[in-house]
Design a protein around this ligand. Structure first.
Ligand SMILES: [Zn+2]
Ligand SMILES: [Zn+2]
Length: 736
């Protein structure tokens, strides 16, 4: 922070010194200036050290809310700070334009269902929807004062990006890390697609636990079994009892008949059965929950599909086939009751896995899907993560826990439209897989013909283009590879990879952070970045989550409109990294008060700045003439610079803000300036204007990453009035 500021000096001086600040006019002026002058563009030819930020591509599904605004502002603090430290900063403006959030919004907007709509037309609607949002969000980023660089812009639905996703897939496929498998996967019956474990959101709900009579085949004796999923009776293949249960010796190995279907299944003792749940005896179906899956594997039971991909019961369900899950449940309960087979129902609070987008309870389905081998690389991912500096450090434990809990490989295929195509064709005769050539990408195999005319396996001519698309994390987890020109420019790649820093929020550690580390390891045997900075959430003022249904959402545009970007940024700078922070209006208004205070303080300090010569501001000339109070403020200033630098190096913006603002407000303004005011106009006091010049410039540098507009205004219109600055400007002309 002690180096000269890297602000360009080529702006025409603002001669007028308005007494009243028009904050919004100031902000707009500098935002336009930064844009026109390309101040924040990354310089590919610079010899400065590079600081590269793997900026989160913002979902183009809707306008920013205040949580996003704060999150991106924290990243902007880091970018501006690093630039001031002399780095050539790489900070791309970017958008994530893939997948379900946009599809679901388009379905809502036009009241259509994707699966019933023409594929290419639906993709076009998604594309148009995203483009509209991108324009608005770019404008929002600008008025927040975000210094993102449009010269290295990307969006993830562009062919230049999707091409790279496909190439990365082809390389992993050729390394034998991709396979097609029939494994149970999480399935959203509403969205009609597979979901990765990381996309499952667990929610509490109350459901009915139904006590149902099964009958022993031999004696016809009743055995009560409790279940929350009676509609899955049609796929019951086994009944289980805990071996420690007193009834186990008698029941184990016996055949038992299921109600309604009268199918005979065997009773197996199994210590995975919780004796406290229901009656202590359970039915095992394919597939109600994860326990069922374990049992199906352990006892080699058939996977029978009771529910189809759109949430309807299949022909296995007999008279209930074709019904939606909840209707089938009601119908079967009614029939069980009519036949005297339902003895009681009780409420049960349970946690169910739901779709992260639409919150529909998930089913498990066995369908052919593409998987990326993940379980084999748990150790490597943890080792790579340990090479990355986590800010705050404790956040790494979330990744470690997640990796250790993984029990399935990553299912990377989705049955959706608006996403990157999987670049393969399959032989309809022998299932031989033909992968696209890297040079040919981007390809859409539903349109593009395969690279060969006939199947290399069997000579068959019917080659079917893959209709599945990639999980959107397949795209976003190569963002550091895209940013660093991987597979496009080897020189640039060597300079930019690994990237310096990944900023992201803590709720996507198990997806974005995890998948990026995994793929960087698999493709480049390297960590993707040196540092990872973890943002938290912004809560409503009362500390509850902000949600449209609670009517407590704060629109950042209203805050910006009324108080300006610096005030909102001031609030952002009160939020500790990685923590969830309540929104506090008082911090926004305090921000407004502080910008005014800073303006007035600087005006006083720079009273004589326009008369100062380069000789006048030589510190060595005055060092022997300092008073005790001068020495005090200079030593305080120097220790504040040290502390602030340390805080910013660790992305502790809240602490930096506090020490700097306390210093400016309470030590500098309240004490020092009060005590020395009379000296400013004393022609004999050579040193005071020199001290004030350096302090005045120093404090705006300390606060510039946080409040870039007011500090730029002060820098240009007050402190930059000095003769020295003018001479510098003349010498450098309009170039920089
Ligand atoms: Zn869904
Ligand atoms: Zn074939």
């Amino acid at each position: 922070m002690t180096k000269p500021m890297n602000m360009p000096m080529n702006m025409p001086m603002n001669k007028s010194k308005p007494d009243d600040l028009d904050q919004r006019a100031i902000e707009q002026k500098w935002q336009d200036f930064w844009e026109q002058e390309k101040i924040y563009h990354f310089d590919h030819n610079s010899t400065k050290p590079i600081y590269s930020i793997d900026n989160p591509p913002r979902y183009a599904s809707g306008p920013l809310h205040v949580g996003h605004a704060v999150h991106y502002t924290h990243i902007d603090f880091a970018a501006r700070y690093k630039r001031m430290r002399g780095y050539n900063v790489f900070f791309p403006l970017c958008f994530d334009v893939n997948g379900m959030p946009i599809e679901v919004n388009v379905e809502k907007k036009y009241n259509i269902k994707m699966v019933e709509y023409d594929r290419q037309k639906f993709i076009q609607l998604c594309h148009d929807f995203a483009e509209q949002n991108i324009g608005e969000m770019t404008r929002q980023f600008k008025i927040l004062g975000e210094c993102m660089d449009s010269s290295i812009y990307y969006q993830t639905d562009a062919e230049y990006y999707r091409r790279l996703t496909q190439i990365s897939f082809i390389q992993l496929y050729n390394k034998d890390l991709i396979y097609k498998g029939e494994r149970p996967i999480n399935w959203c019956p509403r969205c009609g697609t597979a979901l990765a474990d990381a996309e499952v959101e667990y929610r509490e709900r109350t459901t009915n636990l139904n006590y149902i009579k099964f009958k022993l085949s031999e004696t016809g004796e009743d055995v009560l079994i409790a279940t929350t999923r009676p509609e899955l009776l049609c796929t019951c293949h086994m009944v289980s009892i805990n071996p420690d249960d007193p009834r186990a010796d008698e029941l184990a190995g016996k055949l038992i008949k299921t109600p309604i279907y009268n199918k005979e299944v065997r009773i197996h003792p199994d210590d995975a059965v919780d004796p406290e749940f229901g009656t202590g005896i359970v039915m095992v179906c394919s597939i109600g929950d994860k326990d069922d899956i374990e049992w199906i594997y352990r006892y080699d039971l058939p996977f029978e599909k009771g529910i189809d991909q759109y949430g309807h019961l299949t022909e296995v369900a007999g008279r209930y086939s074709g019904m939606e899950i909840m209707d089938a449940r009601k119908a079967i309960i009614r029939d069980l009751r009519d036949q005297g087979l339902l003895t009681k129902q009780e409420d049960l609070d349970q946690e169910v896995g739901t779709c992260w987008r639409c919150h529909t309870p998930l089913e498990f389905l066995v369908t052919p899907q593409w998987f990326l081998k993940t379980l084999d690389f748990k150790e490597e991912v943890l080792k790579t993560s340990a090479e990355i500096d986590w800010f705050p450090k404790y956040m790494e434990s979330r990744l470690i826990e997640w990796v250790n809990s993984l029990s399935w490989d990553w299912v990377i295929s989705r049955q959706r439209y608006f996403a990157t195509s999987i670049p393969i064709w399959e032989c309809m005769k022998c299932n031989h897989v033909i992968v696209a050539e890297e040079d040919a990408c981007y390809v859409d195999p539903t349109i593009t013909p395969p690279p060969v005319k006939t199947c290399p396996g069997c000579g068959g001519a019917e080659l079917h283009g893959c209709e599945d698309v990639f999980d959107t994390w397949m795209d976003s987890s190569i963002s550091p590879l895209f940013n660093s020109y991987w597979q496009r420019d080897n020189e640039k790649f060597k300079k930019l990879f690994p990237m310096s820093m990944r900023p992201q929020s803590h709720d996507i550690i198990r997806t974005w952070a995890f998948y990026t580390i995994l793929r960087s390891h698999l493709l480049c045997e390297s960590k993707p970045w040196n540092e990872i900075m973890m943002g938290g959430f912004i809560l409503a003022p009362d500390g509850t989550p902000m949600h449209a249904s609670r009517n407590n959402v704060i629109d950042p545009l209203e805050v910006l409109d009324e108080y300006g970007a610096d005030a909102l940024r001031y609030y952002a700078a009160t939020c500790a990294l990685g923590k969830d922070n309540a929104f506090r209006w008082k911090d926004v208004t305090e921000g407004v008060r502080f910008t005014r205070k800073l303006w007035n303080v600087e005006k006083l300090m720079c009273t004589n700045a326009d008369k100062l010569t380069s000789e006048d501001i030589q510190f060595s000339n005055i060092i022997d003439h300092l008073t005790d109070i001068d020495k005090w403020i200079l030593s305080r200033y120097s220790s504040i610079v040290t502390q602030a630098t340390e805080y910013l190096d660790n992305f502790q913006f809240d602490k930096e803000r506090k020490v700097v603002i306390d210093f400016i407000w309470h030590e500098l303004a309240d004490h020092y300036l009060e005590l020395i005011k009379h000296r400013i106009y004393d022609p004999e006091d050579k040193q005071i204007n020199c001290i004030l010049y350096h302090l005045g410039l120093g404090i705006i540098k300390l606060i510039a990453p946080l409040l870039p507009h007011i500090t730029e205004e002060i820098y240009r219109s007050i402190s930059n009035q000095s003769m020295v600055a003018k001479a510098f400007t003349r010498a450098h002309g309009q170039s920089h």
